[in-house]
Design a protein around this ligand. Structure first.
Ligand code: ADP
Length: 486
């Protein structure tokens, strides 16, 4: 089985969030099942720098304003990469989506239409000697690929690969000006509700969700939530219509990257049977963030984008309460400037008790996961979430909002789950400051019962949270698509 997967980021080459983690970890998990998955990625400068051996295999003349090439490269960790080398689209500083000042690139529409068009051409046989059976598009940046393929086949272009569209976050939809239809190489008649039109504009994600053969998202609960008007963010109607083709497959963690027994970012290794190393990591984290080196203080960690979605604006009002109870806080994140300023001020106001690092820091993210006693994830919505998965593997109990993938991947320490020794963290609901305070109160009560705490911790650390199960699920989905086509 041959699959072409496309996305705008892929760990460890380029990452702004969980999408990259999935792109980096799923292909090697599918390989043992007999599925060759090649990943098509924009050749950003950082990607080219990391892969100096990348070799051209095909030309794409006149790709939305300039000539482009497909390069082939073997990436780290066995990734089989196809890089879209299009200097007019990608040879720039900044992040995949923003210029160095943080504004969206004004031509993101053609930067990602180019990616989708390249996938279309590869799907229709551009590469000598390799043609995918399935094209798997991830998030809005890849959303036009299923549309381009469906429209090419409809125009007598011959057989096309089957297509899958995966939503990693419905909040990012890629809506562009309706005047760009021709520039996007979309036939005018597709500017319709049964097409690419979306609330008066052109919707990249809408196009993918309309044209792809099958749809997935990254947890079963989120698959249910996005079918509702409340959780559907404007797509609820379409997703209800396509409900029979939509399923939720939870993400896993890359166990080669997230394993406290062999994590190069930690000062000391540990595992479920040897927790002394975790105590040393806690001390190292306290020193790193200038917190009092107190093993008994409940150390709460946060590793997150600081956006409305993540619900961290609920935390500042609870800080006095947490300080009274002797807790410490280790925060790492970047995003909304107001929230960054609030956490920076809180760290100044509570020296030795609150540490805040503004920015994106992969090694520190690992140290916070290892050195904290608990990790807070108060998201208003969460397609899957990875931090709570890592937290469990690292023996830091996740306190999560009971939404989306957080509800699916953390087993709440209620009395029944504690009695049956299956709990792995705590839920709170609804997503309000009051409910978060109640959740924190339950967490503190569990902390005061070391034996119960250790039981939950041991269960969390030994759960199967890796990629083998979700990879089997994706493989079944692919097989079903191919059976259907034969
Ligand atoms: P999202 O993709 O919505 O940001 P996820 O929980 O799915 O949220 O994935 C977030 C990923 O990004 C995790 O691997 C997490 O460790 C990482 N991450 C988030 N913020 C930071 C940060 N400031 N520094 C380092 N890693 C971060």
């Amino acid at each position: 089985m041959q699959v072409l997967s496309l996305a705008s980021e892929c760990f460890p080459l380029v990452k702004t969030g969980g999408l990259a983690d999935v792109m980096g970890a799923l292909p090697p998990a599918l390989a043992p099942l007999g599925c060759r998955l090649r990943t098509l990625l924009p050749a950003y400068p950082c990607v080219l720098d990391a892969l100096p051996g990348a070799a051209p295999v095909a030309a794409l003349p006149d790709l939305f304003g300039g000539d482009a090439r497909i390069l082939e490269a073997q990436g780290p960790d066995g990734l089989d990469l196809l890089l879209l080398d299009a200097p007019h689209l990608y040879a720039r500083p900044g992040s995949p989506y923003h210029d160095p000042t943080g504004s969206d690139w004004p031509d993101n529409w053609r930067r990602f239409a180019g990616l989708a068009w390249a996938a279309r051409d590869i799907g229709l046989g551009l590469l000598p000697g390799w043609r995918p059976d399935i094209v798997h598009a991830h998030d809005w940046q890849a959303g036009l690929a299923p549309a381009y393929l469906a429209l090419a086949a409809g125009n007598g272009g011959g057989p096309r690969p089957a297509t899958v569209m995966t939503v990693h976050n419905l909040a990012f939809q890629g809506q562009v000006d309706p005047g760009l239809m021709a520039a996007l190489r979309l036939p005018p008649e597709t500017f319709a509700i049964d097409g690419v039109e979306y609330y008066g504009g052109i919707g990249f994600l809408k196009a993918g969700l309309f044209y792809a053969d099958r749809l997935t998202t990254v947890s079963p609960s989120y698959a249910r939530e996005i079918r509702t008007d409340e959780g559907g963010m404007g797509m609820g109607g379409l997703l209800r219509l396509r409900g029979g083709d939509l399923e939720g497959i939870r993400n896993g963690i890359d166990e080669r990257v997230w394993d406290p027994a062999r994590d190069p970012h930690l000062p000391s290794a540990y595992g479920p049977d040897s927790l002394q190393g975790k105590t040393l990591c806690k001390a190292a984290l306290q020193r790193r963030l200038r917190l009092a080196e107190n093993p008994d203080a409940l150390l709460l960690g946060v590793v997150s984008r600081l956006s409305h979605q993540k619900g961290l604006d609920l935390l500042p009002g609870l800080l006095p309460w947490l300080m009274e109870r002797g807790c410490q806080l280790a925060l790492l994140g970047a995003g909304e400037p107001a929230l960054e300023a609030t956490f920076a001020a809180a760290a100044l106001a509570h020296p030795g008790r609150i540490g805040f690092v503004q920015g994106y820091d992969e090694p520190l993210a690992h140290l916070i996961q290892a050195g904290s006693d608990a990790i807070l994830v108060p998201s208003r919505f969460e397609p899957c979430g990875l931090t709570q998965l890592c937290a469990q593997r690292y023996g830091s109990l996740p306190l999560v909002a009971r939404v989306g993938g957080l509800a699916d991947t953390v087993i709440d320490a209620n009395d029944a789950a504690l009695d049956d020794r299956v709990a792995t963290g705590l839920h709170f609901h609804p997503v309000t400051a009051e409910a978060l305070a109640e959740g924190l109160d339950r967490l503190l009560r569990l902390w005061s019962r070391p034996e119960a705490w250790r039981t939950v911790q041991a269960r969390a650390m030994t759960r199967d949270l890796g990629w083998s199960r979700p990879a089997r699920h994706y493989h079944e989905l692919y097989e079903g698509l191919l059976r259907h086509r034969d």
